[in-house]
Design a protein around this ligand. Sequence first.
Ligand SMILES: [Zn+2]
Length: 357
Amino acid sequence: MRIAVVALFVISVIAAGLVDGRGDGPAVVPAAAGAATRSAVTAPAVASTTSTTSTTVAAVAARSTVVTTSPPAPSTTTAPNPLPSAGTASSGAVVTQRGLVLPLLRREGDGFLVETPCSRTAVVQGSVVPRATVVLDPGHGGTEPGAVGPNGLSEKGLNLAVVNHARAALERAGVTTMSTRTGDHRVTLATRAKVAKALKPRAFVSVHHNAEPDGPRVGPGTETYYQIASADSKRLSGLIYEEVVQALSAYTIPWVADTDAGAKYRTNRAGGDYYGILRLSQGVPAVLAELAFVSNPPEAELLVRPDVQKVEGEAVARGVLRFLNTSDPGSGYTEPYPRSSPAGGGGGSSGCVDPPL
Ligand SMILES: [Zn+2]
Protein backbone atom coordinates (compact mmCIF):
# COMPACT_ATOMS: atom_id res chain seq x y z
CA MET A 1 0.00 0.00 0.00
CA ARG A 2 1.40 3.29 -0.93
CA ILE A 3 1.05 6.27 1.23
CA ALA A 4 0.08 9.37 -0.52
CA VAL A 5 1.92 12.41 0.54
CA VAL A 6 -0.22 15.42 0.37
CA ALA A 7 1.77 18.57 0.48
CA LEU A 8 0.63 20.88 3.16
CA PHE A 9 0.54 24.52 2.63
CA VAL A 10 -1.26 27.45 3.97
CA ILE A 11 -4.01 28.55 1.78
CA SER A 12 -4.59 32.18 1.36
CA VAL A 13 -8.08 32.79 0.46
CA ILE A 14 -9.35 35.27 -1.92
CA ALA A 15 -11.63 37.94 -0.82
CA ALA A 16 -13.24 37.88 -4.13
CA GLY A 17 -16.26 36.24 -5.35
CA LEU A 18 -18.40 33.39 -5.97
CA VAL A 19 -19.50 31.03 -8.48
CA ASP A 20 -22.54 29.90 -10.10
CA GLY A 21 -24.54 27.07 -9.02
CA ARG A 22 -27.19 25.04 -10.38
CA GLY A 23 -27.88 26.69 -13.65
CA ASP A 24 -31.41 26.86 -12.90
CA GLY A 25 -31.23 29.69 -10.65
CA PRO A 26 -34.46 31.24 -9.82
CA ALA A 27 -35.04 34.62 -11.28
CA VAL A 28 -33.35 37.52 -9.66
CA VAL A 29 -35.57 39.55 -7.45
CA PRO A 30 -35.04 43.27 -7.67
CA ALA A 31 -32.75 44.40 -4.94
CA ALA A 32 -33.63 47.42 -2.93
CA ALA A 33 -30.72 48.13 -0.72
CA GLY A 34 -27.61 46.16 -0.92
CA ALA A 35 -24.00 46.81 -0.45
CA ALA A 36 -23.96 47.07 3.30
CA THR A 37 -25.97 43.94 3.81
CA ARG A 38 -24.06 42.03 1.25
CA SER A 39 -20.69 42.77 2.72
CA ALA A 40 -21.95 41.79 6.13
CA VAL A 41 -22.62 38.37 4.78
CA THR A 42 -19.57 38.05 2.64
CA ALA A 43 -16.97 39.10 5.15
CA PRO A 44 -17.43 36.35 7.72
CA ALA A 45 -17.75 33.86 4.92
CA VAL A 46 -14.32 34.71 3.61
CA ALA A 47 -12.79 34.51 7.04
CA SER A 48 -14.22 31.11 7.77
CA THR A 49 -13.25 29.86 4.36
CA THR A 50 -9.63 30.32 5.22
CA SER A 51 -9.73 28.22 8.32
CA THR A 52 -12.01 25.61 6.87
CA THR A 53 -9.96 25.08 3.80
CA SER A 54 -6.77 24.82 5.77
CA THR A 55 -8.38 22.31 8.02
CA THR A 56 -9.45 20.27 5.07
CA VAL A 57 -6.03 20.00 3.59
CA ALA A 58 -4.52 19.25 6.97
CA ALA A 59 -7.10 16.58 7.54
CA VAL A 60 -6.38 14.98 4.21
CA ALA A 61 -2.68 15.00 4.89
CA ALA A 62 -3.12 13.53 8.34
CA ARG A 63 -5.38 10.82 7.08
CA SER A 64 -3.11 9.81 4.31
CA THR A 65 -1.04 7.87 6.81
CA VAL A 66 -3.82 5.33 7.19
CA VAL A 67 -5.01 4.98 3.70
CA THR A 68 -7.27 2.18 2.72
CA THR A 69 -8.42 1.19 -0.67
CA SER A 70 -11.44 -0.72 0.47
CA PRO A 71 -14.81 0.73 -0.39
CA PRO A 72 -16.82 2.60 2.19
CA ALA A 73 -18.60 0.43 4.69
CA PRO A 74 -22.33 0.45 4.10
CA SER A 75 -24.17 2.69 6.52
CA THR A 76 -24.66 2.11 10.21
CA THR A 77 -21.11 2.81 11.08
CA THR A 78 -20.09 5.68 13.19
CA ALA A 79 -16.49 5.40 12.18
CA PRO A 80 -15.04 8.24 10.23
CA ASN A 81 -15.70 7.99 6.57
CA PRO A 82 -13.59 6.47 3.90
CA LEU A 83 -10.21 7.95 3.87
CA PRO A 84 -8.87 9.69 0.88
CA SER A 85 -7.24 6.99 -1.15
CA ALA A 86 -3.63 7.55 -1.81
CA GLY A 87 -2.84 6.35 -5.27
CA THR A 88 -0.43 8.27 -7.34
CA ALA A 89 -2.03 11.63 -6.74
CA SER A 90 -2.44 11.84 -10.46
CA SER A 91 -6.17 12.11 -10.16
CA GLY A 92 -8.35 14.21 -7.97
CA ALA A 93 -8.49 17.94 -7.55
CA VAL A 94 -5.75 20.53 -7.20
CA VAL A 95 -5.96 23.09 -4.44
CA THR A 96 -4.11 26.09 -5.83
CA GLN A 97 -1.99 28.40 -3.79
CA ARG A 98 -4.91 30.84 -3.82
CA GLY A 99 -7.24 28.20 -2.45
CA LEU A 100 -9.18 27.35 -5.58
CA VAL A 101 -10.23 23.74 -6.01
CA LEU A 102 -9.90 22.64 -9.64
CA PRO A 103 -10.24 19.32 -11.46
CA LEU A 104 -6.84 17.79 -12.20
CA LEU A 105 -6.39 16.79 -15.83
CA ARG A 106 -2.77 15.69 -15.64
CA ARG A 107 0.63 16.60 -14.33
CA GLU A 108 2.49 18.97 -16.56
CA GLY A 109 6.15 19.69 -15.87
CA ASP A 110 6.40 20.68 -12.24
CA GLY A 111 2.80 21.86 -12.22
CA PHE A 112 -0.67 20.57 -12.94
CA LEU A 113 -2.92 20.98 -15.91
CA VAL A 114 -6.35 21.80 -14.52
CA GLU A 115 -9.75 22.90 -15.65
CA THR A 116 -10.36 26.50 -14.58
CA PRO A 117 -13.56 27.81 -12.97
CA CYS A 118 -14.64 29.01 -16.42
CA SER A 119 -14.01 25.54 -17.93
CA ARG A 120 -10.79 26.47 -19.69
CA THR A 121 -7.44 24.82 -19.08
CA ALA A 122 -4.41 26.19 -17.28
CA VAL A 123 -1.22 24.99 -15.65
CA VAL A 124 -1.08 25.81 -11.95
CA GLN A 125 0.96 25.09 -8.87
CA GLY A 126 -0.75 23.56 -5.90
CA SER A 127 -1.45 20.45 -3.95
CA VAL A 128 -3.31 17.39 -5.15
CA VAL A 129 -6.19 16.19 -3.02
CA PRO A 130 -7.14 12.74 -4.30
CA ARG A 131 -10.45 12.39 -2.49
CA ALA A 132 -12.94 14.04 -0.21
CA THR A 133 -15.79 12.33 1.55
CA VAL A 134 -18.18 15.22 0.98
CA VAL A 135 -18.12 17.94 -1.66
CA LEU A 136 -20.26 21.02 -1.19
CA ASP A 137 -21.22 23.48 -3.90
CA PRO A 138 -22.16 27.05 -3.03
CA GLY A 139 -24.43 28.15 -5.88
CA HIS A 140 -23.68 31.15 -8.11
CA GLY A 141 -20.84 33.66 -7.68
CA GLY A 142 -19.12 36.59 -9.27
CA THR A 143 -21.31 38.28 -11.86
CA GLU A 144 -24.00 35.67 -11.24
CA PRO A 145 -25.52 36.62 -7.89
CA GLY A 146 -28.42 34.19 -8.01
CA ALA A 147 -31.60 35.34 -6.35
CA VAL A 148 -31.35 38.64 -4.51
CA GLY A 149 -33.62 39.46 -1.60
CA PRO A 150 -35.48 42.72 -1.06
CA ASN A 151 -32.93 43.60 1.60
CA GLY A 152 -30.06 43.19 -0.89
CA LEU A 153 -28.98 39.80 0.39
CA SER A 154 -27.66 37.88 -2.59
CA GLU A 155 -27.79 34.17 -2.90
CA LYS A 156 -24.14 33.81 -3.88
CA GLY A 157 -22.76 35.16 -0.59
CA LEU A 158 -25.43 33.48 1.48
CA ASN A 159 -24.81 30.10 -0.15
CA LEU A 160 -21.08 30.38 0.47
CA ALA A 161 -21.56 31.31 4.13
CA VAL A 162 -23.92 28.38 4.67
CA VAL A 163 -21.55 25.98 2.93
CA ASN A 164 -18.68 27.14 5.10
CA HIS A 165 -20.69 26.44 8.23
CA ALA A 166 -21.66 23.02 6.90
CA ARG A 167 -18.04 22.21 6.11
CA ALA A 168 -16.88 23.26 9.54
CA ALA A 169 -19.47 21.02 11.17
CA LEU A 170 -18.55 18.06 8.95
CA GLU A 171 -14.84 18.53 9.60
CA ARG A 172 -15.50 18.58 13.33
CA ALA A 173 -17.17 15.21 12.86
CA GLY A 174 -14.05 13.88 11.14
CA VAL A 175 -15.38 14.08 7.60
CA THR A 176 -13.13 15.45 4.90
CA THR A 177 -14.77 18.08 2.74
CA MET A 178 -14.02 20.25 -0.26
CA SER A 179 -15.93 23.10 -1.82
CA THR A 180 -16.36 23.86 -5.50
CA ARG A 181 -16.07 27.55 -4.76
CA THR A 182 -14.25 29.39 -2.00
CA GLY A 183 -14.44 32.97 -3.25
CA ASP A 184 -16.72 35.36 -5.14
CA HIS A 185 -16.20 34.30 -8.72
CA ARG A 186 -18.06 32.40 -11.35
CA VAL A 187 -17.69 28.67 -11.78
CA THR A 188 -19.46 26.83 -14.57
CA LEU A 189 -21.77 24.00 -13.77
CA ALA A 190 -19.51 21.73 -15.78
CA THR A 191 -16.46 22.54 -13.67
CA ARG A 192 -18.41 22.22 -10.44
CA ALA A 193 -19.57 18.77 -11.44
CA LYS A 194 -16.06 17.80 -12.51
CA VAL A 195 -14.67 18.82 -9.14
CA ALA A 196 -17.22 16.56 -7.51
CA LYS A 197 -16.51 13.64 -9.81
CA ALA A 198 -12.75 14.11 -9.46
CA LEU A 199 -12.93 13.84 -5.68
CA LYS A 200 -15.23 10.78 -5.71
CA PRO A 201 -17.18 11.84 -2.64
CA ARG A 202 -19.93 9.83 -1.01
CA ALA A 203 -22.15 12.91 -1.11
CA PHE A 204 -22.30 16.11 -3.17
CA VAL A 205 -24.63 18.90 -2.09
CA SER A 206 -25.31 22.07 -4.05
CA VAL A 207 -26.61 24.79 -1.74
CA HIS A 208 -29.05 27.42 -3.01
CA HIS A 209 -31.83 29.71 -1.90
CA ASN A 210 -35.04 30.12 -3.74
CA ALA A 211 -37.29 32.72 -5.37
CA GLU A 212 -40.71 32.81 -7.03
CA PRO A 213 -42.79 30.85 -4.53
CA ASP A 214 -46.37 29.80 -5.19
CA GLY A 215 -47.62 31.34 -1.95
CA PRO A 216 -47.68 31.25 1.84
CA ARG A 217 -47.03 28.10 3.83
CA VAL A 218 -47.04 27.18 7.48
CA GLY A 219 -43.37 26.37 7.91
CA PRO A 220 -40.33 26.59 5.64
CA GLY A 221 -40.67 25.88 1.93
CA THR A 222 -37.44 23.93 1.68
CA GLU A 223 -36.90 21.90 -1.51
CA THR A 224 -34.26 19.22 -2.04
CA TYR A 225 -33.93 17.86 -5.56
CA TYR A 226 -32.43 14.43 -6.10
CA GLN A 227 -31.09 12.51 -9.10
CA ILE A 228 -33.98 10.55 -10.50
CA ALA A 229 -32.00 7.34 -11.03
CA SER A 230 -30.13 7.30 -7.71
CA ALA A 231 -31.58 5.81 -4.55
CA ASP A 232 -28.65 7.24 -2.59
CA SER A 233 -29.31 10.72 -3.94
CA LYS A 234 -32.97 10.37 -2.98
CA ARG A 235 -32.19 9.29 0.58
CA LEU A 236 -29.67 12.11 0.93
CA SER A 237 -32.31 14.60 -0.24
CA GLY A 238 -34.83 13.33 2.30
CA LEU A 239 -32.36 13.56 5.15
CA ILE A 240 -31.26 17.08 4.27
CA TYR A 241 -34.90 18.07 3.85
CA GLU A 242 -35.77 16.68 7.25
CA GLU A 243 -32.91 18.41 9.06
CA VAL A 244 -33.29 21.79 7.36
CA VAL A 245 -37.05 21.95 7.86
CA GLN A 246 -36.71 20.94 11.47
CA ALA A 247 -34.03 23.57 12.09
CA LEU A 248 -35.82 26.42 10.33
CA SER A 249 -39.16 25.55 11.91
CA ALA A 250 -37.78 27.05 15.11
CA TYR A 251 -38.46 30.46 13.56
CA THR A 252 -42.04 31.64 13.40
CA ILE A 253 -42.34 33.91 10.39
CA PRO A 254 -44.62 34.17 7.36
CA TRP A 255 -42.94 31.47 5.26
CA VAL A 256 -43.57 30.96 1.56
CA ALA A 257 -43.26 27.89 -0.64
CA ASP A 258 -44.15 26.11 -3.81
CA THR A 259 -47.18 23.91 -3.23
CA ASP A 260 -45.03 20.83 -3.86
CA ALA A 261 -42.22 21.72 -1.49
CA GLY A 262 -40.32 18.70 -0.24
CA ALA A 263 -37.73 16.19 -1.37
CA LYS A 264 -38.39 15.81 -5.07
CA TYR A 265 -37.07 15.54 -8.61
CA ARG A 266 -37.41 17.37 -11.90
CA THR A 267 -36.89 15.64 -15.20
CA ASN A 268 -36.15 16.98 -18.65
CA ARG A 269 -37.93 15.92 -21.79
CA ALA A 270 -35.62 12.94 -22.16
CA GLY A 271 -36.54 11.75 -18.68
CA GLY A 272 -33.14 12.61 -17.25
CA ASP A 273 -32.35 15.10 -14.52
CA TYR A 274 -33.40 18.62 -15.47
CA TYR A 275 -30.86 20.43 -13.36
CA GLY A 276 -27.36 20.45 -14.79
CA ILE A 277 -25.62 20.11 -11.47
CA LEU A 278 -27.43 16.82 -10.86
CA ARG A 279 -27.17 15.58 -14.44
CA LEU A 280 -23.48 16.35 -14.88
CA SER A 281 -22.47 14.83 -11.56
CA GLN A 282 -24.06 11.45 -12.24
CA GLY A 283 -22.16 8.67 -10.55
CA VAL A 284 -21.89 10.75 -7.39
CA PRO A 285 -24.94 10.91 -5.11
CA ALA A 286 -25.93 14.56 -5.45
CA VAL A 287 -28.62 16.87 -4.11
CA LEU A 288 -29.63 20.38 -5.10
CA ALA A 289 -30.95 22.03 -1.95
CA GLU A 290 -33.10 25.15 -2.00
CA LEU A 291 -33.05 25.88 1.69
CA ALA A 292 -35.46 28.82 1.92
CA PHE A 293 -36.81 31.77 -0.09
CA VAL A 294 -34.45 34.72 -0.08
CA SER A 295 -37.01 36.59 -2.18
CA ASN A 296 -39.49 36.60 0.70
CA PRO A 297 -38.85 39.70 2.88
CA PRO A 298 -39.28 37.97 6.26
CA GLU A 299 -37.07 35.10 5.19
CA ALA A 300 -34.45 37.47 3.79
CA GLU A 301 -34.34 39.24 7.14
CA LEU A 302 -33.78 35.89 8.80
CA LEU A 303 -31.20 34.67 6.32
CA VAL A 304 -29.03 37.76 6.58
CA ARG A 305 -28.30 36.83 10.20
CA PRO A 306 -25.00 34.96 10.65
CA ASP A 307 -26.53 32.82 13.41
CA VAL A 308 -29.25 31.65 11.05
CA GLN A 309 -26.72 30.93 8.33
CA LYS A 310 -24.97 28.72 10.85
CA VAL A 311 -28.22 26.98 11.74
CA GLU A 312 -28.78 26.21 8.06
CA GLY A 313 -25.23 25.02 7.48
CA GLU A 314 -25.26 22.75 10.52
CA ALA A 315 -28.63 21.32 9.48
CA VAL A 316 -27.21 20.44 6.07
CA ALA A 317 -24.23 18.83 7.80
CA ARG A 318 -26.49 16.75 10.06
CA GLY A 319 -28.39 15.50 7.05
CA VAL A 320 -25.16 14.51 5.34
CA LEU A 321 -23.81 12.81 8.47
CA ARG A 322 -26.97 10.76 8.84
CA PHE A 323 -26.63 9.76 5.20
CA LEU A 324 -23.06 8.64 5.81
CA ASN A 325 -23.52 6.96 9.16
CA THR A 326 -27.04 5.58 9.32
CA SER A 327 -29.61 3.92 7.11
CA ASP A 328 -32.31 6.45 8.01
CA PRO A 329 -34.70 6.86 5.09
CA GLY A 330 -35.28 10.61 5.25
CA SER A 331 -38.68 12.16 4.70
CA GLY A 332 -40.59 14.84 2.86
CA TYR A 333 -40.73 12.94 -0.42
CA THR A 334 -43.29 14.48 -2.67
CA GLU A 335 -44.58 14.18 -6.21
CA PRO A 336 -43.74 17.40 -8.04
CA TYR A 337 -46.27 19.08 -10.28
CA PRO A 338 -45.18 19.45 -13.90
CA ARG A 339 -43.10 22.50 -14.67
CA SER A 340 -42.64 24.02 -18.06
CA SER A 341 -41.05 27.35 -17.23
CA PRO A 342 -37.29 27.18 -17.55
CA ALA A 343 -35.25 27.69 -14.45
CA GLY A 344 -33.04 30.74 -14.36
CA GLY A 345 -29.96 30.69 -16.53
CA GLY A 346 -26.35 30.86 -15.52
CA GLY A 347 -23.67 28.30 -15.04
CA GLY A 348 -22.31 28.45 -18.55
CA SER A 349 -18.93 29.66 -19.71
CA SER A 350 -20.11 32.57 -21.84
CA GLY A 351 -18.67 35.81 -20.50
CA CYS A 352 -16.98 33.94 -17.68
CA VAL A 353 -13.78 35.54 -16.39
CA ASP A 354 -11.45 33.33 -14.39
CA PRO A 355 -10.15 34.71 -11.10
CA PRO A 356 -6.42 34.65 -10.46
CA LEU A 357 -5.56 30.99 -10.04
ZN1 LIG B 1 -29.56 29.44 -6.91
